[in-house]
Each structure stands twice: as structure tokens, then as C-alpha cells.
Ligand binder design. Structure first.
Ligand code: BEZ
Ligand code: FE
Length: 302
């Protein structure tokens, strides 16, 4: 664009041309528009136009894309967020997180939140069994919440959620699973410790009956998330950790459709064949045991 607001070869930017398409669109933005909104729209338009030009996209293909996005929106409701699923499966959720959560070495890494987090989970005392439908293999989860110096963080809130042994979250099976099955909040004690009983997580398919499922099928991609437990750990003055722990023996660890696996998040799940300890925990032997410490980084502005 020159000083008269003209495009390539002096053409006026009032009218649309393929060559000046980006500049023509940008030129319509009011000069007093919010600078960040201007910047975001300008960059998105630049890359979108570049993609359309590189692909020589046909009108039929563009209508298909619009239909795909329309159906993605129509699939969304209070318990189904197909746009989050689209962001996750395109790697965008993990990328935004990676850019903004570059924590000091040794801190627990974040991973994808996913669509099944529900705020205000029921609070339990440490030791509670959150496996309300009793399905799956029993597991005891123990750990501590620590700061960068290895000092305990007392009073941290640990929110936990996972799918049941049939591969569904409670919110996907309202009226089938007990409400808040495998979903809970705990508080770390004076030593930063927490513990609870649950079911060993299993791999499960992300919802595949919508546009995102169609896309993954067309690309020959797996829809199975490797087995994991979700955690959100928060404490005043610390960067909230949104993460999972993964079982090490899952065949889908390297095929996660949402790219959520990080090597540092793969835990040791030990099988324990001890009838006395099992009885003490209210389990039958053998059962699984996993220990996991969360190391929190200070909040960037703390
Ligand atoms: C989950 O682990 O709950 C999840 C994450 C991303 C997409 C779908 C499910
Ligand atoms: Fe999950």
C-alpha cells in the first residue's frame, strides 16, 4: 500500500481484487478500532487469504467448509462443545497453552483442559472413593503439592475428573452414571499431601458422532484418548496447573487425537497384590497405586 492508500501497481483499495485482497479488507478497519482486535483480524485475514490462494479453493470446497463450521456450532450445547474439540484436534488448544505456560524446569506441565471440566465439583475429605459406579479396577492415588523449593503447599485445591470404565464422563451419561461419578475436589493437608481412591483410567474415544469425528475419520486419525486422570490444581500466588496424569501402558499414548501427552506426565501405576493393604483401603487385591507430586510455579505477576 502507498501513501494514497493504493494497492499493488497503484490500484485503489476501494474495490476488491485477488492481488490486493488482504489490503482491501484491512483498509476497511476503522483507525480507532481496538488495536488488539485490529491486529488479530488482520493476521487471521492475511493467513486465511494466503491459504485460499495457495489451495485455489473452489466455491464448492468453501461451502463445504462453511457447512462444516455451521454443523460444528449446531452440535454445541451445555454438555457438548464441538468447537473446543475442533481446537483440540487441530492442536490449537495445546499451542495456546504452550505459548503461555512456559514454566520453570521441574514444574508440572499443563495439558489440554478438554470439554468435560465442571466447576464446583463436590468437595471430599482426603481418602474418599470417587468411583461411585464401582466399575473398573481400583486405584489409590497419593501425592503432594509442592512449590519450586520442594516445600509443601497446604490448602491447595485439587479438582479431579475422569471417564468411567465404559469410556464416558458423568456429564455424557446423565441418568446413566451417578451424578459427579469420578469427579471431586480435595484440599492438600498441612504437608501438602492429598489422597483418594478411584478407578484406574482406561482409554476412551472422544465424541466421534459430529463434524470433528468426520474430520478425524477423513484424515485416518485415531479418536482414542490415552488413559488419563484430569487435575486442576490451584493455590493463591501460584499458576493454576491444568493437567493429566497418563498410565504408562496405554496403546494410544503416541496417538492422542488432541496432542495432550507430554513425557513428564506419564506416571508409574504399580499393581499391588497385598490383600491386607487392599482390605484396609476397602479394595480387593490386586489393586493399582500411583504417586504423583504437583510442583507449582509462582504466578507470573506474583
Ligand atoms: C478429555 O480428556 O476429557 C478431552 C480432551 C480433549 C477433547 C476431548 C476430551
Ligand atoms: Fe479426559
Amino acid at each position: 500500500m502507498n501513501e494514497h492508500g493504493d494497492g499493488q501497481h497503484g490500484r485503489k483499495l476501494a474495490f476488491f481484487t485477488e492481488a490486493d485482497s488482504v489490503a482491501v479488507v484491512d483498509a476497511r478497519t476503522a483507525s480507532d478500532a481496538d488495536p488488539r482486535v485490529r491486529e488479530i483480524v488482520a493476521v487471521v485475514v492475511k493467513h486465511l487469504h494466503e491459504a485460499v490462494k495457495e489451495l485455489r479453493l473452489t466455491p464448492e470446497e468453501w461451502f463445504k467448509a462453511i457447512d462444516f463450521l455451521t454443523r460444528t456450532g449446531q452440535m454445541c450445547n451445555a454438555w457438548r462443545q464441538e468447537y473446543i474439540l475442533l481446537s483440540d484436534t487441530l492442536g490449537v488448544s495445546m499451542l495456546v497453552d504452550a505459548i503461555h505456560h512456559d514454566r520453570p524446569e521441574g514444574s508440572t506441565e499443563n495439558t489440554v483442559l478438554g470439554p468435560f471440566y465442571v466447576p464446583n465439583s463436590p468437595r471430599y475429605e482426603n481418602g474418599a472413593n470417587i468411583n461411585l459406579d464401582g466399575k473398573g479396577e481400583p486405584v489409590v492415588v497419593r501425592g503432594r503439592v509442592l512449590d519450586q523449593d520442594g516445600e509443601p503447599i497446604a490448602g491447595a485445591l485439587l479438582e479431579v475428573w475422569q471417564a468411567n470404565a465404559d469410556g464416558f464422563y458423568d456429564v455424557q451419561q446423565k441418568g446413566v452414571q451417578p451424578d459427579n461419578n469420578l469427579r471431586a475436589a480435595f484440599t492438600s493437608d498441612a504437608n501438602g499431601a492429598f489422597w483418594f481412591r478411584s478407578a484406574k483410567p482406561l482409554y476412551y474415544p472422544i465424541p466421534g458422532d459430529g463434524p470433528v469425528g468426520e474430520m478425524l475419520a477423513a484424515l485416518g486419525r485415531s479418536i482414542h484418548r490415552p488413559a488419563h486422570l484430569h487435575f486442576m490444581v490451584s493455590a493463591p500466588g501460584f499458576d493454576t496447573v491444568i493437567t493429566h496424569i497418563f498410565t504408562p501402558d496405554c496403546p494410544y499414548l503416541t496417538k492422542d487425537p488432541v496432542f495432550g501427552v507430554k513425557e513428564t506426565l506419564i506416571a508409574d501405576f504399580e499393581q499391588v497384590d497385598d490383600p491386607v493393604e487392599a482390605e484396609r483401603l476397602g479394595f480387593t487385591a490386586p489393586f493399582w497405586s500411583v504417586s504423583w507430586d504437583f510442583v507449582m510455579a509462582p504466578k507470573a505477576d506474583a
